[in-house]
Write a protein that binds this ligand. Structure first.
Ligand code: FMN
Length: 333
Protein backbone atom coordinates (compact mmCIF):
# COMPACT_ATOMS: atom_id res chain seq x y z
CA UNK A 1 0.00 0.00 0.00
CA UNK A 2 1.32 3.43 -0.97
CA UNK A 3 0.05 6.67 0.53
CA UNK A 4 0.08 10.10 -1.05
CA UNK A 5 -1.47 12.23 1.65
CA UNK A 6 -4.80 10.54 2.37
CA UNK A 7 -4.84 8.69 -0.93
CA UNK A 8 -4.01 5.00 -0.54
CA UNK A 9 -2.95 3.01 -3.60
CA UNK A 10 -2.79 -0.76 -3.52
CA UNK A 11 0.00 -1.27 -6.05
CA UNK A 12 0.83 2.31 -6.98
CA UNK A 13 -0.17 1.94 -10.63
CA UNK A 14 0.00 5.42 -12.10
CA UNK A 15 -0.89 6.60 -15.57
CA UNK A 16 2.06 8.93 -16.22
CA UNK A 17 1.27 12.46 -17.38
CA UNK A 18 1.46 12.94 -21.14
CA UNK A 19 0.60 16.28 -22.72
CA UNK A 20 -1.86 15.78 -25.56
CA UNK A 21 -2.60 12.20 -24.46
CA UNK A 22 -3.72 11.76 -20.85
CA UNK A 23 -6.93 13.73 -21.16
CA UNK A 24 -10.22 12.82 -19.46
CA UNK A 25 -11.03 10.11 -22.01
CA UNK A 26 -7.64 8.40 -21.70
CA UNK A 27 -7.73 8.56 -17.91
CA UNK A 28 -11.23 7.03 -17.77
CA UNK A 29 -10.22 4.25 -20.17
CA UNK A 30 -7.16 3.44 -18.02
CA UNK A 31 -9.04 3.81 -14.72
CA UNK A 32 -11.50 1.14 -15.88
CA UNK A 33 -8.60 -1.19 -16.63
CA UNK A 34 -6.61 -1.10 -13.44
CA UNK A 35 -4.86 2.28 -13.27
CA UNK A 36 -5.08 3.43 -9.64
CA UNK A 37 -3.86 6.99 -10.00
CA UNK A 38 -3.39 9.49 -12.79
CA UNK A 39 -1.70 12.80 -13.41
CA UNK A 40 -3.15 15.40 -15.75
CA UNK A 41 -1.41 16.86 -18.77
CA UNK A 42 0.93 19.64 -17.69
CA UNK A 43 -0.62 23.05 -17.08
CA UNK A 44 1.30 26.33 -17.08
CA UNK A 45 1.19 27.86 -13.60
CA UNK A 46 1.57 31.31 -15.12
CA UNK A 47 -1.27 30.81 -17.60
CA UNK A 48 -3.53 29.55 -14.84
CA UNK A 49 -2.79 32.50 -12.56
CA UNK A 50 -3.13 35.09 -15.35
CA UNK A 51 -6.44 33.61 -16.46
CA UNK A 52 -7.69 33.80 -12.90
CA UNK A 53 -7.18 37.54 -12.99
CA UNK A 54 -8.62 38.02 -16.47
CA UNK A 55 -11.96 39.64 -17.23
CA UNK A 56 -14.84 37.77 -15.61
CA UNK A 57 -16.63 35.65 -18.17
CA UNK A 58 -13.57 35.28 -20.41
CA UNK A 59 -13.10 31.55 -21.12
CA UNK A 60 -10.17 29.86 -19.41
CA UNK A 61 -7.98 27.76 -21.67
CA UNK A 62 -6.48 25.86 -18.74
CA UNK A 63 -9.88 24.75 -17.42
CA UNK A 64 -10.16 21.81 -19.82
CA UNK A 65 -6.72 20.58 -18.80
CA UNK A 66 -7.64 20.83 -15.12
CA UNK A 67 -10.96 19.02 -15.42
CA UNK A 68 -11.05 15.72 -13.53
CA UNK A 69 -13.87 13.22 -13.13
CA UNK A 70 -13.15 11.54 -9.82
CA UNK A 71 -12.89 8.06 -11.34
CA UNK A 72 -9.51 7.52 -9.71
CA UNK A 73 -7.44 9.95 -7.64
CA UNK A 74 -5.90 12.37 -10.11
CA UNK A 75 -3.19 14.95 -9.58
CA UNK A 76 -2.98 18.13 -11.60
CA UNK A 77 0.50 18.82 -12.86
CA UNK A 78 1.80 22.37 -13.02
CA UNK A 79 4.96 23.64 -14.67
CA UNK A 80 6.87 26.86 -14.19
CA UNK A 81 9.98 28.25 -12.57
CA UNK A 82 8.70 31.13 -10.50
CA UNK A 83 7.85 30.00 -6.98
CA UNK A 84 5.21 32.71 -6.51
CA UNK A 85 3.27 31.71 -9.61
CA UNK A 86 3.67 28.03 -8.79
CA UNK A 87 2.43 28.59 -5.24
CA UNK A 88 -0.54 30.66 -6.37
CA UNK A 89 -1.52 28.07 -8.99
CA UNK A 90 -1.35 25.36 -6.33
CA UNK A 91 -3.42 27.45 -3.92
CA UNK A 92 -6.12 28.03 -6.53
CA UNK A 93 -6.22 24.39 -7.61
CA UNK A 94 -6.21 22.93 -4.11
CA UNK A 95 -8.78 25.28 -2.61
CA UNK A 96 -11.35 25.08 -5.39
CA UNK A 97 -11.03 28.86 -5.84
CA UNK A 98 -9.76 28.36 -9.37
CA UNK A 99 -12.33 29.91 -11.69
CA UNK A 100 -12.17 26.89 -14.00
CA UNK A 101 -12.80 24.54 -11.04
CA UNK A 102 -14.81 21.54 -12.24
CA UNK A 103 -16.27 20.65 -8.83
CA UNK A 104 -13.86 17.83 -7.98
CA UNK A 105 -10.61 18.54 -6.20
CA UNK A 106 -7.43 16.88 -7.42
CA UNK A 107 -5.70 14.30 -5.21
CA UNK A 108 -2.45 16.25 -5.32
CA UNK A 109 -0.59 19.01 -7.08
CA UNK A 110 2.30 17.60 -9.09
CA UNK A 111 5.28 19.71 -10.12
CA UNK A 112 6.86 19.07 -13.52
CA UNK A 113 10.64 18.83 -13.36
CA UNK A 114 10.95 16.48 -16.29
CA UNK A 115 9.72 18.17 -19.46
CA UNK A 116 12.62 18.22 -21.96
CA UNK A 117 10.99 20.45 -24.61
CA UNK A 118 13.16 23.39 -25.70
CA UNK A 119 10.37 25.96 -25.41
CA UNK A 120 9.90 24.91 -21.76
CA UNK A 121 13.52 24.45 -20.63
CA UNK A 122 14.62 27.69 -22.29
CA UNK A 123 12.40 29.45 -19.72
CA UNK A 124 14.09 27.53 -16.90
CA UNK A 125 11.00 25.31 -16.50
CA UNK A 126 10.43 21.54 -16.61
CA UNK A 127 13.67 19.54 -16.47
CA UNK A 128 15.71 22.78 -16.41
CA UNK A 129 14.78 23.02 -12.72
CA UNK A 130 17.12 20.08 -12.13
CA UNK A 131 20.01 22.31 -13.19
CA UNK A 132 19.41 24.45 -10.13
CA UNK A 133 18.68 21.99 -7.32
CA UNK A 134 18.86 24.83 -4.79
CA UNK A 135 15.78 26.31 -6.47
CA UNK A 136 13.89 23.03 -6.07
CA UNK A 137 13.71 23.42 -2.31
CA UNK A 138 12.34 26.98 -2.65
CA UNK A 139 9.71 26.06 -5.24
CA UNK A 140 8.51 22.90 -3.52
CA UNK A 141 8.32 24.54 -0.11
CA UNK A 142 6.43 27.55 -1.52
CA UNK A 143 3.99 25.21 -3.27
CA UNK A 144 3.59 23.05 -0.14
CA UNK A 145 2.87 26.11 2.02
CA UNK A 146 0.23 27.32 -0.43
CA UNK A 147 -1.39 23.98 -1.22
CA UNK A 148 -4.11 22.41 0.87
CA UNK A 149 -3.31 19.15 -0.93
CA UNK A 150 -0.24 16.91 -1.04
CA UNK A 151 2.48 18.03 -3.41
CA UNK A 152 4.40 15.57 -5.57
CA UNK A 153 7.30 15.99 -7.97
CA UNK A 154 8.10 14.41 -11.34
CA UNK A 155 11.83 14.24 -12.03
CA UNK A 156 14.24 12.91 -14.62
CA UNK A 157 17.56 11.22 -13.84
CA UNK A 158 19.23 14.60 -14.28
CA UNK A 159 19.99 17.14 -16.98
CA UNK A 160 22.67 15.08 -18.72
CA UNK A 161 24.97 12.16 -18.02
CA UNK A 162 27.37 14.51 -16.21
CA UNK A 163 24.70 15.59 -13.76
CA UNK A 164 22.71 12.58 -12.62
CA UNK A 165 21.35 14.44 -9.64
CA UNK A 166 17.87 12.94 -9.22
CA UNK A 167 18.73 11.68 -5.69
CA UNK A 168 19.80 15.17 -4.61
CA UNK A 169 16.74 16.78 -6.23
CA UNK A 170 14.40 14.20 -4.69
CA UNK A 171 15.96 14.82 -1.26
CA UNK A 172 15.48 18.58 -1.69
CA UNK A 173 11.84 17.99 -2.66
CA UNK A 174 11.29 15.69 0.33
CA UNK A 175 12.82 18.10 2.81
CA UNK A 176 10.62 20.86 1.36
CA UNK A 177 7.53 18.76 2.04
CA UNK A 178 6.86 16.69 -1.08
CA UNK A 179 4.66 13.64 -0.48
CA UNK A 180 6.04 11.47 -3.33
CA UNK A 181 8.34 11.59 -6.32
CA UNK A 182 8.17 9.96 -9.71
CA UNK A 183 11.46 9.41 -11.53
CA UNK A 184 11.73 8.99 -15.29
CA UNK A 185 15.13 7.32 -15.42
CA UNK A 186 16.52 9.24 -18.37
CA UNK A 187 18.26 12.59 -18.59
CA UNK A 188 16.83 15.63 -20.31
CA UNK A 189 19.44 15.22 -23.04
CA UNK A 190 18.17 11.70 -23.73
CA UNK A 191 14.57 12.80 -24.23
CA UNK A 192 12.87 9.38 -24.68
CA UNK A 193 15.71 7.08 -25.87
CA UNK A 194 17.93 5.11 -25.30
CA UNK A 195 17.01 2.70 -22.50
CA UNK A 196 16.49 3.81 -18.93
CA UNK A 197 18.99 3.83 -16.06
CA UNK A 198 17.17 1.95 -13.29
CA UNK A 199 20.08 2.44 -10.87
CA UNK A 200 19.11 6.11 -10.62
CA UNK A 201 15.69 5.16 -9.29
CA UNK A 202 17.38 2.84 -6.79
CA UNK A 203 19.61 5.70 -5.61
CA UNK A 204 16.55 7.94 -5.20
CA UNK A 205 14.78 5.18 -3.29
CA UNK A 206 17.79 4.84 -0.96
CA UNK A 207 17.90 8.59 -0.39
CA UNK A 208 14.29 9.44 0.50
CA UNK A 209 11.55 7.99 2.68
CA UNK A 210 8.57 9.24 0.67
CA UNK A 211 7.08 6.89 -1.98
CA UNK A 212 9.05 6.65 -5.21
CA UNK A 213 7.37 5.83 -8.52
CA UNK A 214 9.64 4.24 -11.10
CA UNK A 215 9.08 5.37 -14.66
CA UNK A 216 10.39 4.62 -18.11
CA UNK A 217 9.86 1.87 -20.67
CA UNK A 218 7.41 -0.24 -18.66
CA UNK A 219 5.55 -1.95 -21.48
CA UNK A 220 4.41 -5.20 -19.85
CA UNK A 221 4.11 -6.80 -16.42
CA UNK A 222 7.59 -8.32 -16.69
CA UNK A 223 9.06 -4.83 -17.14
CA UNK A 224 7.28 -3.66 -13.98
CA UNK A 225 8.54 -6.63 -11.97
CA UNK A 226 12.05 -5.99 -13.28
CA UNK A 227 11.77 -2.33 -12.34
CA UNK A 228 10.66 -3.34 -8.85
CA UNK A 229 13.52 -5.80 -8.34
CA UNK A 230 16.18 -3.47 -9.77
CA UNK A 231 15.09 -0.31 -7.99
CA UNK A 232 12.90 -1.20 -5.01
CA UNK A 233 10.42 1.42 -6.26
CA UNK A 234 7.11 1.70 -4.43
CA UNK A 235 4.92 2.34 -7.44
CA UNK A 236 5.03 2.37 -11.23
CA UNK A 237 4.24 5.10 -13.73
CA UNK A 238 3.28 3.89 -17.19
CA UNK A 239 3.12 6.31 -20.08
CA UNK A 240 3.43 5.40 -23.74
CA UNK A 241 2.68 1.70 -23.29
CA UNK A 242 -0.83 2.56 -22.11
CA UNK A 243 -1.59 4.13 -25.50
CA UNK A 244 -3.60 1.45 -27.29
CA UNK A 245 -3.02 -0.95 -24.39
CA UNK A 246 -4.78 0.40 -21.30
CA UNK A 247 -5.04 -3.23 -20.08
CA UNK A 248 -1.37 -3.00 -19.09
CA UNK A 249 -2.53 -1.85 -15.65
CA UNK A 250 -4.64 -5.02 -15.19
CA UNK A 251 -1.70 -7.06 -16.42
CA UNK A 252 0.75 -5.51 -13.91
CA UNK A 253 -1.81 -5.75 -11.13
CA UNK A 254 -2.34 -9.46 -11.80
CA UNK A 255 1.42 -10.10 -11.84
CA UNK A 256 1.84 -8.31 -8.51
CA UNK A 257 -1.07 -10.28 -7.04
CA UNK A 258 0.21 -13.54 -8.54
CA UNK A 259 -3.07 -14.10 -10.37
CA UNK A 260 -3.73 -14.95 -13.98
CA UNK A 261 -4.08 -12.14 -16.50
CA UNK A 262 -6.55 -12.72 -19.29
CA UNK A 263 -5.79 -10.45 -22.25
CA UNK A 264 -8.72 -8.63 -23.87
CA UNK A 265 -10.61 -10.21 -26.75
CA UNK A 266 -10.64 -8.60 -30.20
CA UNK A 267 -14.20 -7.41 -29.46
CA UNK A 268 -13.10 -5.79 -26.23
CA UNK A 269 -10.17 -4.05 -27.91
CA UNK A 270 -12.45 -2.72 -30.65
CA UNK A 271 -15.08 -1.56 -28.16
CA UNK A 272 -12.42 0.19 -26.08
CA UNK A 273 -10.90 2.03 -29.05
CA UNK A 274 -14.35 3.19 -30.11
CA UNK A 275 -15.21 4.21 -26.55
CA UNK A 276 -12.06 6.31 -26.35
CA UNK A 277 -12.86 8.01 -29.66
CA UNK A 278 -16.45 8.74 -28.60
CA UNK A 279 -15.44 10.04 -25.19
CA UNK A 280 -12.87 12.33 -26.74
CA UNK A 281 -15.43 13.71 -29.21
CA UNK A 282 -18.09 14.08 -26.49
CA UNK A 283 -15.68 16.06 -24.36
CA UNK A 284 -14.03 18.26 -26.99
CA UNK A 285 -16.30 18.29 -30.04
CA UNK A 286 -15.59 16.37 -33.25
CA UNK A 287 -12.82 18.52 -34.73
CA UNK A 288 -10.64 18.82 -31.65
CA UNK A 289 -11.67 15.48 -30.17
CA UNK A 290 -10.68 13.58 -33.31
CA UNK A 291 -7.45 15.55 -33.80
CA UNK A 292 -6.27 14.90 -30.26
CA UNK A 293 -7.17 11.20 -29.98
CA UNK A 294 -5.85 10.04 -33.38
CA UNK A 295 -2.33 9.17 -32.34
CA UNK A 296 -3.53 7.12 -29.37
CA UNK A 297 -6.12 5.31 -31.51
CA UNK A 298 -3.50 4.40 -34.07
CA UNK A 299 -1.74 2.41 -31.32
CA UNK A 300 -4.73 0.06 -30.97
CA UNK A 301 -4.09 -1.38 -34.43
CA UNK A 302 -0.31 -1.74 -34.02
CA UNK A 303 1.00 -5.07 -35.29
CA UNK A 304 -2.31 -6.23 -36.78
CA UNK A 305 -2.92 -7.18 -40.40
CA UNK A 306 -3.75 -4.01 -42.37
CA UNK A 307 -2.42 -1.75 -39.63
CA UNK A 308 -0.24 0.40 -41.85
CA UNK A 309 -3.13 1.39 -44.10
CA UNK A 310 -5.53 1.84 -41.21
CA UNK A 311 -3.02 3.98 -39.36
CA UNK A 312 -2.55 6.22 -42.39
CA UNK A 313 -6.33 6.52 -42.74
CA UNK A 314 -6.82 7.32 -39.08
CA UNK A 315 -4.19 10.03 -39.26
CA UNK A 316 -5.67 11.52 -42.46
CA UNK A 317 -9.32 11.56 -41.37
CA UNK A 318 -11.11 14.32 -39.52
CA UNK A 319 -14.47 12.57 -39.21
CA UNK A 320 -15.16 10.37 -36.19
CA UNK A 321 -17.34 8.01 -38.24
CA UNK A 322 -14.58 7.43 -40.81
CA UNK A 323 -12.03 6.75 -38.09
CA UNK A 324 -14.38 4.33 -36.36
CA UNK A 325 -14.83 2.51 -39.64
CA UNK A 326 -11.05 2.27 -40.25
CA UNK A 327 -10.50 1.02 -36.70
CA UNK A 328 -13.17 -1.66 -36.88
CA UNK A 329 -12.00 -2.90 -40.27
CA UNK A 330 -8.66 -3.87 -38.71
CA UNK A 331 -9.73 -4.70 -35.17
CA UNK A 332 -12.74 -6.84 -36.17
CA UNK A 333 -11.87 -8.16 -39.65
C1 FMN B 1 3.63 12.63 -25.76
C2 FMN B 1 4.22 12.73 -24.38
C3 FMN B 1 3.85 13.77 -23.55
C4 FMN B 1 4.38 13.89 -22.28
N1 FMN B 1 3.96 14.90 -21.46
C5 FMN B 1 4.40 14.96 -20.17
C6 FMN B 1 3.87 15.94 -19.27
O1 FMN B 1 3.00 16.76 -19.61
N2 FMN B 1 4.36 15.95 -18.00
C7 FMN B 1 5.33 15.06 -17.59
O2 FMN B 1 5.74 15.11 -16.44
N3 FMN B 1 5.82 14.11 -18.42
C8 FMN B 1 5.36 14.04 -19.68
N4 FMN B 1 5.81 13.04 -20.50
C9 FMN B 1 6.75 12.02 -19.98
C10 FMN B 1 6.01 10.78 -19.45
O3 FMN B 1 5.27 11.09 -18.30
C11 FMN B 1 7.02 9.67 -19.09
O4 FMN B 1 7.90 10.17 -18.12
C12 FMN B 1 7.84 9.18 -20.28
O5 FMN B 1 7.04 9.00 -21.42
C13 FMN B 1 8.55 7.86 -19.94
O6 FMN B 1 7.62 6.86 -19.55
P1 FMN B 1 7.12 5.72 -20.60
O7 FMN B 1 8.35 5.04 -21.12
O8 FMN B 1 6.25 4.82 -19.76
O9 FMN B 1 6.39 6.41 -21.68
C14 FMN B 1 5.31 12.93 -21.80
C15 FMN B 1 5.68 11.87 -22.64
C16 FMN B 1 5.15 11.77 -23.91
C17 FMN B 1 5.57 10.61 -24.79
Amino acid sequence: MIKIGNTALRHGLMLAPMAGVTDLAMRKICADRGAEYAVSEMVSAKALVYEQGARAGAPTKTAALCKIDGEIPTAIQIFGSDSEFMAEAARLLSSGEYRGFCGILPAAVDINMGCPVKKVVSCGEGSALMRTPEKIYDIVSAVCRASALPVTVKLRAGWDLNSLNAPECAAAAESAGAAAVCVHARTREQFYTPGIMPEIIRLVKERVRIPVFGNGDISCAADALKMKSETGCDGFAVGRAAMGNPWIFNEISAALDGTEYVPPSAEEIAATAVEQLRRSVAEKGERQGVAEVKVTLSHYVKGLHGATRARAEIMAQSSAAAIEEALLRVLLP
